[in-house]
Design a protein around this ligand. Sequence first.
Ligand code: A2R
Length: 320
Amino acid sequence: MTESQTTVLVPGRIHPRALERLKSAFTVIQTDPGAEMALSEDDKAKITGVATTNRMPAHWIGELPNLKVISNFGVGYDGVDAAFAASRGIIVTHTPDVLNDEVADTTIGLLINTVRRLPVAETYLRGGRWEKEGAFALSPLSLKNRHVGLLGLGRIGIEIARRLEPFKVKISYHTRNPREGVPYTYVPTLIELAQSVDTLISIIPATPETHKIINADVLSALGSNGVFINVGRGTSVDEDALMAALKSGTIAAAGLDVFYDEPRIPAGFFDLPNLSMLPHVASASVPTRNDMADLVVNNLIGWFRDGKVLTPVPETPVKG
Ligand code: A2R
């Protein structure tokens, strides 16, 4: 079978460049958001590849009897049941590395926005208040002399740590396994990390183990000068506990790019002056998203042309 006879399903939306390239290489069936598996039995039987934006649960996979490979747009693939796919011999790929720099850059921006209140200052200026009311209030917090703890020191975490070095902050981290050859202090538990630092950055995946691990105890350990930044996954945070901690002054401030139930934001978050929020844009530049789109398509082309994928997830049964 030639590539153009290979049928690839796009369940719902995907990056336009990915869609365009998929259409030039394969026969593409795209279904509507909300009706992703509304397919005839004939079509289901034809589909051997899927290109998705972090959504392919087990019951969808189970409906495609001849599926061979799922190519995910994004490094996080928590919406794809990779373990179930593996149990059926189906390969899952994702888009690591090509977004490391963008996400790390955004993290530094969000950290500074949170600590120095720059978006609030800009809103003040744009509202004409500088001229009328005088200088914007001094930020109570500063990045100077902070001790940053990274929860996660993987491909993205290490890039964040490297970018933090010129800011002359102390850097510690917690992961399940210490990372070899890094100059940062390893802390064996999350709670001890929160106790020992005043700034906590979360860059870990969504897994059952990381579900709501940033809880009231961790926030209380971070303390009243504490700043919490999340650029990993919103499911790592107990948002009720975070809201309470920001309201009561248990911690000083937080910056979030990711949320528990995106794009829904807890109503109380909008009223918190010490919370800086972004709509999950850490990797969202045209160049980086184009690179991610290319990797999604190249994984499928690699598999159907050469029997090799470029960037399989660790659970996958066949290596690249
Ligand atoms: O625990 P380790 O040694 O496997 O280190 C990984 C750490 N990590 C955890 N740390 C503490 N407790 C856990 N339960 C736990 N699970 C994982 O997160 C490693 O240092 C880091 C993940 O690194 P990578 O797999 O290289 O992922 P990458 O590319 O840095 O992306 C991180 C996440 C994605 O999964 C998306 O959800 C998001 O950032 O964009």
